[in-house]
Design a protein around this ligand. Structure first.
Ligand code: GDP
Length: 449
């Protein structure tokens, strides 16, 4: 995500951090680099100007100039300003969904066709169901595309939300009102209304969604925009913002090779907070947007917080506890445990998912390594363990030459790979022996934060 910008800015940050003295000349040079990096990432020009102006003013200020490490202080200013243009100045609450209304809280989705609106409804529904334990109903008013209605039905099913069935012969407003009525009678917490999009800004589409807005008075009107649109994202955002009282923005496809500048621009241009970002096609690919965290990530300070949160969500504490208990009573760390650990790693989004959130310098170092291959490798190792009998998994020393051949054939790999796995297992096993009582839980608790 935002790789180019991150790499470029991380380089600038590294240089200025080391500067013992800031002069007008090296500050100007640094600002030029930052400006170029932002423009290259498709950040809108007025946003770049505003940003550079503010940083320059502060850089020349007493606080930075007089500080013990001016380079470090300047990085602080860049970080603050970056977070501020992305919405940190709106306050922490701005990026959260508002539920302060009589249920059902209505979320109206707006945006062009193909930007990921329906997918985002599914992701939001999943988030509200699983993380917030809300009772969620979804409805589509896209009467022009029956396929879009089907798609919403499918993602709603996957997300655990209920879907309000409609006919495309009905009118959008009538559909929305019927869904609202149903949601009220069945005590839903949230009603998410998906709407029809067009390929471009279109008068009729705008009128339709304005009508829906009037009829529903939603507490949230979220504008969904595709980060891949680059500079255009900003123009589209502006048009929707002028036509509708938006309450927030969802920026999708930040995982693509989007230059990501839209993330920095949309909030500044519309004055509305980015509430979520889409980072994959899957329903769990939605992240709450946090401007400070995003600024840190862009500046190559990494997103350790997100990593910890991810780990917190996925780490199976019960499994860790059980393993600890087993080791405590003198049990042996065996191949079953090893496999559970491999699976744990996969749950954390695999190696590349974790790496994406690491500070840039780590990522640069790891660039040589082929992450995709590394992820595959983990999958193959699990495959090898799957071809073993329960007895072999519990007592790896049973695995001699003929068993190795059978296991290799079963997993479709060479015998050498089975050998490699066994020697890796032995390494981990001896490490496990060294972890004193309680060590495992301590490790996990560390992740729990
Ligand atoms: P809609 O026409 O706005 O409802 O768009 P869809 O929800 O049908 O999405 C259009 C395409 O974008 C689909 O192929 C989605 O899988 C894809 N998509 C949506 N959100 C994301 C995202 O955050 N990342 C990626 N990579 N693809 C996405």
């Amino acid at each position: 995500m935002l790789d180019n910008l991150t790499q470029r800015l991380a380089k600038v940050v590294k240089t200025i951090r080391g500067e013992a003295r800031l002069t007008e000349a090296n500050t100007a040079e640094m600002l030029r680099e930052v400006r170029l990096a932002l423009l290259e990432a498709d950040v809108a020009l007025p946003v770049v100007r505003n940003f550079i102006g503010k940083v320059r003013e502060k850089a020349m200020g007493k606080e930075v100039m007089d500080s013990l490490s001016p380079g470090q202080a300047l990085v602080g200013v860049v970080q603050q300003e970056l977070a501020s243009i992305m919405g940190a100045d709106l306050g922490e609450k701005a990026s959260q969904l508002n539920f302060s209304t009589q249920p059902p809280a209505i979320i109206l989705m707006a945006g062009l066709q193909g930007v990921g609106k329906t997918t985002t409804v599914g992701k939001l529904a999943r988030y509200l169901r699983q993380d917030k334990k809300k009772k969620v109903l979804t409805v589509s008013t896209d009467v022009y595309r029956p396929a879009a209605i089907k798609q919403l039905e499918m993602v709603s099913g996957q997300s655990g939300a209920d879907f309000f069935r409609t006919e495309s012969s009905e009118q959008p407003i009538a559909i929305a009102q019927a869904a609202l009525d149903y949601a009220k009678r069945h005590f839903y917490d949230v009603l998410i209304v998906d709407t029809a999009g067009r390929l471009g800004i279109d008068e009729q589409m705008m009128q339709e969604i304005s009508g829906l807005h009037q009829a529903l008075s939603p507490i949230e009107t979220l504008f969904v925009v595709d980060a891949m649109l680059g500079q255009d994202a900003i123009n589209v955002a502006k048009s929707f913002n002028d036509a509708l009282p938006l309450t927030g923005i969802v920026l999708t496809k930040l995982d693509g090779d989007a230059r990501g500048g839209a993330a920095l621009s949309v909030r500044h241009i519309t004055g509305k907070p980015v509430k979520f970002v889409g980072v994959s096609e899957k329903l769990d690919g939605l992240e709450a947007f946090d401007p400070v965290r995003m600024a840190n990530r862009i500046l190559g300070m990494g997103d350790i917080l997100a990593l910890v949160e991810e780990a917190r969500k996925n780490v199976d504490l019960k499994a860790a506890k059980e393993l600890e208990k087993k080791l405590k009573v003198g049990g042996r760390f065996d191949l079953n445990d090893f496999k559970a650990q491999l699976e744990q790693m996969n749950n954390m989004g695999g190696l590349s998912g974790m790496l994406d959130k690491m500070p840039a310098q780590f990522r640069l170092a790891a660039q040589g390594a082929n992450m995709e291959q590394a992820n595959k490798h983990v999958g193959r190792m699990a495959g090898i363990i799957n071809s073993m009998t329960p007895q072999e998994r519990a007592k790896p020393e049973l695995i001699k030459a003929s068993r190795k051949r059978r296991i290799a054939a079963g997993a479709g790999v060479q015998v050498q790979e089975v050998n490699r796995l066994l020697s890796q297992f032995e390494q981990v096993q001896s490490m496990m022996k060294k972890i004193k009582n309680g060590g495992m839980m301590k490790l996990m608790r560390g992740l729990k934060g």
